[in-house]
Write a protein that binds this ligand. Structure first.
Ligand SMILES: Cc1cc2nc3c(=O)[nH]c(=O)nc-3n(C[C@H](O)[C@H](O)[C@H](O)COP(=O)(O)OP(=O)(O)OC[C@H]3O[C@@H](n4cnc5c(N)ncnc54)[C@H](O)[C@@H]3O)c2cc1C
Length: 438
Protein backbone atom coordinates (compact mmCIF):
# COMPACT_ATOMS: atom_id res chain seq x y z
CA UNK A 1 0.00 0.00 0.00
CA UNK A 2 1.47 3.36 -1.05
CA UNK A 3 1.79 5.84 1.81
CA UNK A 4 -0.49 8.81 1.28
CA UNK A 5 -0.26 12.19 2.97
CA UNK A 6 -3.12 14.10 4.51
CA UNK A 7 -2.38 17.03 2.15
CA UNK A 8 -2.44 15.18 -1.16
CA UNK A 9 -5.46 13.03 -0.21
CA UNK A 10 -7.48 15.21 2.12
CA UNK A 11 -10.02 12.53 2.87
CA UNK A 12 -11.66 11.18 5.95
CA UNK A 13 -10.09 8.05 7.40
CA UNK A 14 -12.77 5.58 8.47
CA UNK A 15 -11.28 3.04 10.87
CA UNK A 16 -13.29 -0.19 10.66
CA UNK A 17 -15.39 -1.42 7.73
CA UNK A 18 -18.47 -2.84 9.42
CA UNK A 19 -21.91 -1.50 8.58
CA UNK A 20 -21.08 1.78 10.36
CA UNK A 21 -17.94 2.40 8.28
CA UNK A 22 -19.38 1.51 4.88
CA UNK A 23 -22.68 3.32 5.54
CA UNK A 24 -20.76 6.44 6.54
CA UNK A 25 -18.72 6.29 3.33
CA UNK A 26 -21.93 5.81 1.35
CA UNK A 27 -23.46 8.99 2.79
CA UNK A 28 -20.32 11.14 2.66
CA UNK A 29 -20.02 13.60 -0.23
CA UNK A 30 -16.34 14.21 0.46
CA UNK A 31 -13.45 11.77 -0.17
CA UNK A 32 -13.00 9.04 2.40
CA UNK A 33 -11.21 5.74 2.82
CA UNK A 34 -12.22 2.73 4.90
CA UNK A 35 -9.54 0.69 6.65
CA UNK A 36 -10.76 -2.81 7.50
CA UNK A 37 -8.74 -5.52 9.21
CA UNK A 38 -10.56 -8.52 7.72
CA UNK A 39 -10.38 -9.63 4.08
CA UNK A 40 -13.82 -8.18 3.37
CA UNK A 41 -16.03 -5.49 4.89
CA UNK A 42 -19.23 -6.02 6.86
CA UNK A 43 -18.14 -6.92 10.40
CA UNK A 44 -21.14 -8.43 12.19
CA UNK A 45 -23.12 -8.04 8.97
CA UNK A 46 -20.89 -10.42 7.02
CA UNK A 47 -22.59 -13.58 5.86
CA UNK A 48 -21.22 -17.00 6.65
CA UNK A 49 -21.25 -19.73 4.00
CA UNK A 50 -21.02 -23.37 5.08
CA UNK A 51 -22.36 -26.65 3.66
CA UNK A 52 -24.23 -24.80 0.92
CA UNK A 53 -26.00 -22.55 3.45
CA UNK A 54 -25.68 -18.76 3.42
CA UNK A 55 -26.46 -17.41 6.85
CA UNK A 56 -25.93 -14.34 8.99
CA UNK A 57 -23.82 -14.28 12.13
CA UNK A 58 -26.98 -14.63 14.19
CA UNK A 59 -29.99 -13.88 11.95
CA UNK A 60 -30.14 -10.18 11.09
CA UNK A 61 -33.67 -9.01 10.43
CA UNK A 62 -34.31 -5.54 9.07
CA UNK A 63 -36.88 -3.63 11.07
CA UNK A 64 -37.14 -0.18 12.60
CA UNK A 65 -39.46 2.17 14.42
CA UNK A 66 -38.06 4.82 12.06
CA UNK A 67 -39.91 4.41 8.74
CA UNK A 68 -37.52 6.62 6.74
CA UNK A 69 -34.44 4.66 7.80
CA UNK A 70 -36.10 1.31 7.16
CA UNK A 71 -37.20 2.47 3.71
CA UNK A 72 -33.65 3.53 2.84
CA UNK A 73 -32.29 0.16 3.93
CA UNK A 74 -34.92 -1.78 2.01
CA UNK A 75 -34.70 0.41 -1.12
CA UNK A 76 -30.95 0.05 -1.49
CA UNK A 77 -31.44 -3.73 -1.88
CA UNK A 78 -33.59 -3.16 -4.99
CA UNK A 79 -35.28 -6.45 -5.92
CA UNK A 80 -33.04 -8.49 -3.62
CA UNK A 81 -35.31 -8.19 -0.61
CA UNK A 82 -38.27 -10.04 0.85
CA UNK A 83 -40.81 -9.14 3.52
CA UNK A 84 -41.48 -11.76 6.21
CA UNK A 85 -43.90 -12.29 9.06
CA UNK A 86 -42.29 -12.87 12.44
CA UNK A 87 -43.16 -16.34 13.73
CA UNK A 88 -41.09 -16.87 16.87
CA UNK A 89 -41.65 -18.87 20.04
CA UNK A 90 -40.30 -19.28 23.50
CA UNK A 91 -39.57 -22.85 24.54
CA UNK A 92 -40.82 -22.93 28.11
CA UNK A 93 -41.12 -26.10 30.20
CA UNK A 94 -41.44 -28.32 27.16
CA UNK A 95 -44.03 -26.24 25.31
CA UNK A 96 -44.02 -23.46 22.73
CA UNK A 97 -45.25 -20.03 23.82
CA UNK A 98 -45.68 -17.42 21.08
CA UNK A 99 -43.17 -14.57 21.22
CA UNK A 100 -43.28 -12.21 23.07
CA UNK A 101 -44.02 -14.37 26.10
CA UNK A 102 -46.47 -11.98 27.78
CA UNK A 103 -48.72 -12.06 24.71
CA UNK A 104 -49.37 -15.80 24.91
CA UNK A 105 -49.68 -16.86 28.53
CA UNK A 106 -52.70 -18.92 27.48
CA UNK A 107 -50.11 -21.47 26.32
CA UNK A 108 -48.93 -22.03 29.92
CA UNK A 109 -50.29 -24.52 32.47
CA UNK A 110 -53.49 -23.07 34.03
CA UNK A 111 -51.79 -22.50 37.41
CA UNK A 112 -48.84 -20.59 35.80
CA UNK A 113 -51.26 -18.63 33.62
CA UNK A 114 -53.31 -17.62 36.65
CA UNK A 115 -50.22 -16.47 38.59
CA UNK A 116 -48.85 -14.48 35.66
CA UNK A 117 -52.14 -12.68 35.11
CA UNK A 118 -52.91 -12.07 38.77
CA UNK A 119 -49.46 -10.72 39.61
CA UNK A 120 -49.45 -8.51 36.52
CA UNK A 121 -52.83 -6.98 37.39
CA UNK A 122 -52.29 -6.83 41.16
CA UNK A 123 -48.53 -6.51 41.19
CA UNK A 124 -47.14 -6.86 44.73
CA UNK A 125 -43.94 -5.20 43.40
CA UNK A 126 -45.70 -2.22 41.79
CA UNK A 127 -44.07 0.21 44.21
CA UNK A 128 -40.57 -1.32 44.04
CA UNK A 129 -37.75 1.18 43.67
CA UNK A 130 -35.99 0.62 40.36
CA UNK A 131 -32.19 0.47 40.77
CA UNK A 132 -31.42 -2.29 38.29
CA UNK A 133 -32.92 -4.59 35.65
CA UNK A 134 -34.19 -7.05 38.23
CA UNK A 135 -36.16 -4.33 40.05
CA UNK A 136 -37.48 -3.03 36.74
CA UNK A 137 -38.74 -6.42 35.58
CA UNK A 138 -40.53 -7.17 38.89
CA UNK A 139 -42.17 -3.76 38.80
CA UNK A 140 -43.09 -3.94 35.13
CA UNK A 141 -44.36 -7.53 34.79
CA UNK A 142 -45.03 -8.76 38.32
CA UNK A 143 -43.02 -11.60 39.90
CA UNK A 144 -44.54 -14.57 38.03
CA UNK A 145 -43.89 -13.25 34.50
CA UNK A 146 -40.51 -11.80 35.46
CA UNK A 147 -39.34 -15.11 36.91
CA UNK A 148 -40.77 -17.31 34.15
CA UNK A 149 -39.14 -15.58 31.19
CA UNK A 150 -37.75 -12.06 31.42
CA UNK A 151 -35.17 -12.64 34.15
CA UNK A 152 -33.81 -16.06 33.12
CA UNK A 153 -33.64 -15.07 29.45
CA UNK A 154 -31.86 -11.80 30.16
CA UNK A 155 -29.45 -13.34 32.63
CA UNK A 156 -28.66 -15.99 30.06
CA UNK A 157 -27.89 -13.60 27.22
CA UNK A 158 -26.07 -10.99 29.34
CA UNK A 159 -24.25 -13.55 31.54
CA UNK A 160 -24.72 -11.32 34.56
CA UNK A 161 -27.32 -11.33 37.35
CA UNK A 162 -30.08 -8.84 36.46
CA UNK A 163 -29.40 -6.95 39.68
CA UNK A 164 -25.96 -6.05 38.25
CA UNK A 165 -27.43 -4.68 35.01
CA UNK A 166 -28.57 -1.11 34.38
CA UNK A 167 -31.95 -0.05 32.99
CA UNK A 168 -30.84 2.42 30.29
CA UNK A 169 -32.04 0.16 27.47
CA UNK A 170 -35.47 -0.77 28.80
CA UNK A 171 -37.22 1.77 26.61
CA UNK A 172 -36.55 -0.69 23.76
CA UNK A 173 -38.99 -3.12 25.42
CA UNK A 174 -42.61 -2.40 24.53
CA UNK A 175 -45.03 -2.34 27.50
CA UNK A 176 -48.08 -4.61 27.52
CA UNK A 177 -51.44 -3.12 28.46
CA UNK A 178 -53.73 -4.82 31.00
CA UNK A 179 -56.35 -5.40 28.29
CA UNK A 180 -53.87 -7.31 26.11
CA UNK A 181 -52.68 -9.26 29.13
CA UNK A 182 -56.24 -10.40 29.85
CA UNK A 183 -56.67 -11.39 26.20
CA UNK A 184 -53.37 -13.24 26.37
CA UNK A 185 -54.56 -15.20 29.42
CA UNK A 186 -57.93 -16.20 28.00
CA UNK A 187 -56.57 -17.08 24.56
CA UNK A 188 -57.66 -14.12 22.40
CA UNK A 189 -54.79 -13.67 19.97
CA UNK A 190 -52.73 -10.47 20.31
CA UNK A 191 -49.38 -9.42 18.93
CA UNK A 192 -46.61 -7.70 20.86
CA UNK A 193 -43.47 -5.89 19.67
CA UNK A 194 -45.44 -4.89 16.59
CA UNK A 195 -42.58 -2.78 15.19
CA UNK A 196 -40.88 -6.07 14.25
CA UNK A 197 -43.96 -8.17 13.45
CA UNK A 198 -42.99 -7.81 9.81
CA UNK A 199 -39.39 -7.56 8.81
CA UNK A 200 -37.20 -7.64 5.73
CA UNK A 201 -34.22 -9.76 4.75
CA UNK A 202 -32.22 -10.01 1.51
CA UNK A 203 -33.43 -12.81 -0.78
CA UNK A 204 -29.88 -13.76 -1.65
CA UNK A 205 -26.47 -13.36 -0.09
CA UNK A 206 -27.58 -13.00 3.52
CA UNK A 207 -27.40 -9.68 5.35
CA UNK A 208 -24.02 -8.99 3.74
CA UNK A 209 -26.03 -8.07 0.62
CA UNK A 210 -26.83 -4.82 2.44
CA UNK A 211 -23.15 -4.05 2.87
CA UNK A 212 -22.44 -4.95 -0.76
CA UNK A 213 -25.24 -2.65 -1.91
CA UNK A 214 -23.73 0.19 0.10
CA UNK A 215 -20.31 -0.44 -1.44
CA UNK A 216 -21.67 -0.59 -4.99
CA UNK A 217 -20.93 2.94 -6.07
CA UNK A 218 -17.73 4.26 -4.68
CA UNK A 219 -15.83 1.88 -2.51
CA UNK A 220 -12.52 3.23 -1.28
CA UNK A 221 -11.63 0.43 0.98
CA UNK A 222 -8.41 -1.23 2.07
CA UNK A 223 -8.90 -4.71 3.50
CA UNK A 224 -6.37 -6.60 5.58
CA UNK A 225 -5.46 -3.20 7.05
CA UNK A 226 -5.70 -3.77 10.78
CA UNK A 227 -5.20 -0.42 12.46
CA UNK A 228 -2.51 -0.58 15.15
CA UNK A 229 -1.61 3.05 15.78
CA UNK A 230 -3.20 6.51 15.69
CA UNK A 231 -1.34 9.75 16.30
CA UNK A 232 -1.95 13.38 15.43
CA UNK A 233 0.92 15.60 14.24
CA UNK A 234 0.38 19.18 13.04
CA UNK A 235 -3.31 18.64 12.50
CA UNK A 236 -2.85 15.44 10.47
CA UNK A 237 -3.76 11.97 11.75
CA UNK A 238 -1.14 9.29 11.10
CA UNK A 239 -2.77 5.86 11.03
CA UNK A 240 -0.54 2.78 11.30
CA UNK A 241 -1.92 -0.39 9.77
CA UNK A 242 -0.66 -3.87 8.92
CA UNK A 243 -0.49 -2.60 5.33
CA UNK A 244 1.53 0.54 6.04
CA UNK A 245 0.82 4.10 7.10
CA UNK A 246 -1.99 6.43 5.97
CA UNK A 247 -2.61 10.08 6.74
CA UNK A 248 -5.90 11.94 7.03
CA UNK A 249 -7.00 15.33 8.31
CA UNK A 250 -10.01 13.69 9.99
CA UNK A 251 -10.72 10.20 11.33
CA UNK A 252 -13.86 8.37 12.42
CA UNK A 253 -13.48 5.40 14.75
CA UNK A 254 -15.87 2.58 13.79
CA UNK A 255 -13.75 -0.12 15.42
CA UNK A 256 -13.93 -0.91 19.14
CA UNK A 257 -13.24 2.40 20.88
CA UNK A 258 -11.65 0.63 23.87
CA UNK A 259 -9.04 -0.89 21.54
CA UNK A 260 -8.47 2.42 19.75
CA UNK A 261 -7.71 4.15 23.09
CA UNK A 262 -5.05 1.48 23.68
CA UNK A 263 -3.03 2.48 20.58
CA UNK A 264 -3.79 6.22 20.54
CA UNK A 265 -0.80 8.55 20.98
CA UNK A 266 -0.26 10.44 23.15
CA UNK A 267 -1.85 7.94 25.52
CA UNK A 268 -5.13 9.06 27.06
CA UNK A 269 -5.13 10.01 30.76
CA UNK A 270 -5.35 7.10 33.25
CA UNK A 271 -9.01 7.76 34.15
CA UNK A 272 -9.99 7.28 30.48
CA UNK A 273 -7.99 4.08 30.14
CA UNK A 274 -9.48 2.80 33.41
CA UNK A 275 -12.99 3.60 32.16
CA UNK A 276 -12.22 1.74 28.91
CA UNK A 277 -10.92 -1.21 30.95
CA UNK A 278 -14.24 -1.43 32.78
CA UNK A 279 -16.36 -1.72 29.60
CA UNK A 280 -17.75 -5.22 29.23
CA UNK A 281 -18.37 -7.31 26.12
CA UNK A 282 -20.03 -10.68 25.62
CA UNK A 283 -18.65 -12.80 22.83
CA UNK A 284 -20.78 -15.15 20.82
CA UNK A 285 -20.46 -18.73 19.61
CA UNK A 286 -22.58 -19.47 16.54
CA UNK A 287 -23.37 -23.10 15.83
CA UNK A 288 -24.81 -24.03 12.45
CA UNK A 289 -26.55 -27.42 12.39
CA UNK A 290 -27.79 -28.79 9.08
CA UNK A 291 -29.96 -31.89 8.67
CA UNK A 292 -32.30 -33.38 6.06
CA UNK A 293 -35.80 -31.97 6.04
CA UNK A 294 -39.19 -33.27 5.14
CA UNK A 295 -41.24 -30.08 5.78
CA UNK A 296 -40.48 -26.37 5.49
CA UNK A 297 -39.42 -24.42 8.60
CA UNK A 298 -42.52 -23.32 10.49
CA UNK A 299 -40.84 -20.60 12.55
CA UNK A 300 -37.82 -18.33 12.42
CA UNK A 301 -36.62 -18.52 16.00
CA UNK A 302 -37.08 -20.24 19.34
CA UNK A 303 -35.94 -18.46 22.51
CA UNK A 304 -34.81 -20.74 25.34
CA UNK A 305 -34.76 -19.18 28.83
CA UNK A 306 -33.72 -22.45 30.55
CA UNK A 307 -30.24 -21.77 32.03
CA UNK A 308 -29.26 -25.46 31.71
CA UNK A 309 -29.47 -25.30 27.90
CA UNK A 310 -26.48 -23.62 26.23
CA UNK A 311 -28.10 -21.54 23.45
CA UNK A 312 -30.45 -18.68 24.27
CA UNK A 313 -31.85 -18.71 20.73
CA UNK A 314 -32.08 -21.09 17.78
CA UNK A 315 -33.15 -19.85 14.33
CA UNK A 316 -33.99 -21.70 11.15
CA UNK A 317 -32.27 -20.00 8.21
CA UNK A 318 -34.62 -21.63 5.68
CA UNK A 319 -37.53 -19.62 7.15
CA UNK A 320 -35.86 -16.63 5.47
CA UNK A 321 -36.42 -17.97 1.97
CA UNK A 322 -35.44 -20.77 -0.33
CA UNK A 323 -32.28 -19.28 -1.78
CA UNK A 324 -30.22 -19.40 1.41
CA UNK A 325 -30.40 -23.14 2.10
CA UNK A 326 -30.30 -26.13 -0.31
CA UNK A 327 -33.88 -27.40 -0.84
CA UNK A 328 -33.52 -30.68 1.05
CA UNK A 329 -31.96 -29.22 4.20
CA UNK A 330 -32.89 -27.54 7.46
CA UNK A 331 -30.28 -25.10 8.74
CA UNK A 332 -30.60 -24.27 12.44
CA UNK A 333 -28.36 -21.64 13.97
CA UNK A 334 -27.83 -21.66 17.73
CA UNK A 335 -26.42 -18.62 19.54
CA UNK A 336 -24.48 -18.86 22.79
CA UNK A 337 -23.06 -15.81 24.56
CA UNK A 338 -19.92 -16.03 26.68
CA UNK A 339 -18.67 -13.36 29.07
CA UNK A 340 -15.43 -11.56 28.33
CA UNK A 341 -15.55 -11.42 24.54
CA UNK A 342 -12.34 -10.06 23.09
CA UNK A 343 -10.58 -10.08 26.50
CA UNK A 344 -11.01 -13.80 26.97
CA UNK A 345 -9.41 -16.76 25.26
CA UNK A 346 -11.22 -18.18 22.23
CA UNK A 347 -13.50 -20.98 23.48
CA UNK A 348 -13.52 -24.57 22.27
CA UNK A 349 -16.29 -24.04 19.70
CA UNK A 350 -16.39 -27.70 18.69
CA UNK A 351 -17.12 -28.85 22.24
CA UNK A 352 -19.85 -26.18 22.50
CA UNK A 353 -21.31 -27.27 19.16
CA UNK A 354 -21.41 -30.90 20.27
CA UNK A 355 -23.14 -30.16 23.55
CA UNK A 356 -25.57 -27.76 21.86
CA UNK A 357 -26.55 -30.37 19.29
CA UNK A 358 -27.08 -33.02 21.98
CA UNK A 359 -29.23 -30.67 24.06
CA UNK A 360 -31.37 -29.55 21.10
CA UNK A 361 -31.94 -33.19 20.14
CA UNK A 362 -32.95 -33.99 23.69
CA UNK A 363 -35.51 -31.16 23.57
CA UNK A 364 -36.65 -32.44 20.16
CA UNK A 365 -35.93 -29.03 18.60
CA UNK A 366 -33.67 -30.99 16.27
CA UNK A 367 -34.98 -34.45 15.43
CA UNK A 368 -33.11 -37.43 16.81
CA UNK A 369 -32.08 -40.17 14.42
CA UNK A 370 -31.29 -37.92 11.44
CA UNK A 371 -27.69 -37.25 10.43
CA UNK A 372 -26.50 -33.72 11.26
CA UNK A 373 -23.53 -31.64 10.17
CA UNK A 374 -22.26 -29.07 12.63
CA UNK A 375 -20.06 -25.98 12.19
CA UNK A 376 -19.22 -23.33 14.74
CA UNK A 377 -17.50 -19.95 14.83
CA UNK A 378 -16.49 -17.52 17.57
CA UNK A 379 -17.32 -13.82 17.38
CA UNK A 380 -15.46 -12.01 20.19
CA UNK A 381 -17.48 -8.78 19.84
CA UNK A 382 -21.14 -9.75 20.21
CA UNK A 383 -22.92 -7.64 22.80
CA UNK A 384 -22.13 -4.54 24.85
CA UNK A 385 -23.03 -5.37 28.46
CA UNK A 386 -24.75 -2.65 30.48
CA UNK A 387 -23.36 -3.24 33.96
CA UNK A 388 -23.57 -0.50 36.59
CA UNK A 389 -21.33 2.44 35.76
CA UNK A 390 -21.36 1.61 32.03
CA UNK A 391 -23.14 4.82 30.96
CA UNK A 392 -20.82 7.06 32.97
CA UNK A 393 -17.69 5.32 31.65
CA UNK A 394 -18.96 5.40 28.09
CA UNK A 395 -19.85 9.11 28.26
CA UNK A 396 -16.42 9.92 29.71
CA UNK A 397 -14.73 8.06 26.86
CA UNK A 398 -16.83 9.54 24.07
CA UNK A 399 -16.36 13.05 25.50
CA UNK A 400 -12.59 12.48 25.51
CA UNK A 401 -12.72 11.34 21.87
CA UNK A 402 -14.72 14.43 20.90
CA UNK A 403 -12.22 16.73 22.65
CA UNK A 404 -9.34 14.92 20.92
CA UNK A 405 -11.00 15.39 17.53
CA UNK A 406 -11.92 11.75 16.91
CA UNK A 407 -15.46 11.04 15.76
CA UNK A 408 -16.94 7.73 16.92
CA UNK A 409 -19.65 5.74 15.19
CA UNK A 410 -21.34 2.35 15.44
CA UNK A 411 -21.94 -0.46 17.89
CA UNK A 412 -18.29 -0.63 18.97
CA UNK A 413 -17.14 2.84 17.95
CA UNK A 414 -19.76 4.23 20.35
CA UNK A 415 -19.86 1.14 22.54
CA UNK A 416 -23.66 1.02 22.56
CA UNK A 417 -26.35 -1.62 22.00
CA UNK A 418 -27.15 -0.41 18.46
CA UNK A 419 -29.05 -2.35 15.84
CA UNK A 420 -28.51 -1.88 12.09
CA UNK A 421 -31.18 0.80 11.77
CA UNK A 422 -29.61 2.93 14.52
CA UNK A 423 -26.14 2.49 13.00
CA UNK A 424 -27.51 3.44 9.57
CA UNK A 425 -29.26 6.57 10.83
CA UNK A 426 -26.29 7.71 12.90
CA UNK A 427 -24.02 7.21 9.86
CA UNK A 428 -26.34 9.38 7.75
CA UNK A 429 -26.49 12.14 10.38
CA UNK A 430 -22.72 12.14 10.93
CA UNK A 431 -22.10 12.26 7.16
CA UNK A 432 -24.50 15.21 6.81
CA UNK A 433 -22.60 17.09 9.51
CA UNK A 434 -19.18 16.25 8.00
CA UNK A 435 -20.38 17.16 4.48
CA UNK A 436 -21.52 20.55 5.78
CA UNK A 437 -18.31 21.23 7.72
CA UNK A 438 -16.22 21.09 4.56
C1 LIG B 1 -26.07 -12.02 17.14
C2 LIG B 1 -26.46 -10.67 16.62
C3 LIG B 1 -27.68 -10.52 15.99
C4 LIG B 1 -28.07 -9.27 15.53
N1 LIG B 1 -29.28 -9.17 14.92
C5 LIG B 1 -29.67 -7.97 14.46
C6 LIG B 1 -30.95 -7.85 13.84
O1 LIG B 1 -31.68 -8.82 13.73
N2 LIG B 1 -31.32 -6.64 13.38
C7 LIG B 1 -30.51 -5.54 13.51
O2 LIG B 1 -30.91 -4.45 13.07
N3 LIG B 1 -29.29 -5.62 14.09
C8 LIG B 1 -28.86 -6.81 14.56
N4 LIG B 1 -27.62 -6.91 15.16
C9 LIG B 1 -26.78 -5.71 15.29
C10 LIG B 1 -25.87 -5.43 14.06
O3 LIG B 1 -25.05 -6.54 13.83
C11 LIG B 1 -25.02 -4.20 14.37
O4 LIG B 1 -25.82 -3.10 14.68
C12 LIG B 1 -24.09 -3.77 13.22
O5 LIG B 1 -23.59 -4.84 12.50
C13 LIG B 1 -22.95 -2.97 13.82
O6 LIG B 1 -22.07 -2.51 12.81
P1 LIG B 1 -20.73 -1.78 13.22
O7 LIG B 1 -20.05 -1.39 11.98
O8 LIG B 1 -21.02 -0.70 14.20
O9 LIG B 1 -19.85 -2.86 14.03
P2 LIG B 1 -19.08 -4.14 13.46
O10 LIG B 1 -19.93 -4.88 12.52
O11 LIG B 1 -18.57 -4.87 14.65
O12 LIG B 1 -17.87 -3.53 12.64
C14 LIG B 1 -16.62 -3.20 13.20
C15 LIG B 1 -15.59 -3.40 12.09
O13 LIG B 1 -14.32 -2.94 12.56
C16 LIG B 1 -13.35 -3.88 12.11
N5 LIG B 1 -12.17 -3.75 13.00
C17 LIG B 1 -12.06 -4.11 14.28
N6 LIG B 1 -10.84 -3.80 14.74
C18 LIG B 1 -10.16 -3.24 13.71
C19 LIG B 1 -8.85 -2.71 13.56
N7 LIG B 1 -7.96 -2.68 14.56
N8 LIG B 1 -8.49 -2.20 12.35
C20 LIG B 1 -9.38 -2.20 11.32
N9 LIG B 1 -10.63 -2.70 11.41
C21 LIG B 1 -11.02 -3.21 12.59
C22 LIG B 1 -14.07 -5.23 12.25
O14 LIG B 1 -13.43 -6.23 11.50
C23 LIG B 1 -15.44 -4.87 11.72
O15 LIG B 1 -15.52 -5.01 10.33
C24 LIG B 1 -27.20 -8.13 15.67
C25 LIG B 1 -25.96 -8.30 16.28
C26 LIG B 1 -25.59 -9.56 16.76
C27 LIG B 1 -24.25 -9.71 17.43
Amino acid sequence: MKKNTGKEAPGIGILGGGLAGVALQHFLRVPSEVLEKEDRPGGLCRSWEADGVVCDRGPHIMFSRDGETLKEMVDILGVNVEKHFRRNSIFYRGRFVKYPFENDIHALEPEDRYRCLKEFLFNPEAGREVRNLEDWSYRMFGPALAEAYFLPYNEKIWKHPARELGTEWVERIPRIEADDMIKSAVGVSTEGYTHQLHFYHPREGGIEALVRALMRNRPRLITGAEVTGLERNNGIWKVKTFKGEREYPEVVCCLPVNEMLGFLKPAPPPEILEAAGRLKVNGLVLVLITYPRAEPADRLAVYIPDPEILPHRVSWVNYLGGRLVPPNLHAAMAEITLPGGADSEAPDVNAIAKKTTEQLRRLDLIPSGVPVKTRAIWEPYGYVVNTHGYSRDRELILEYCRETGIETLGRWGEFAYLNMDAVWKKARLLAERMNKDR
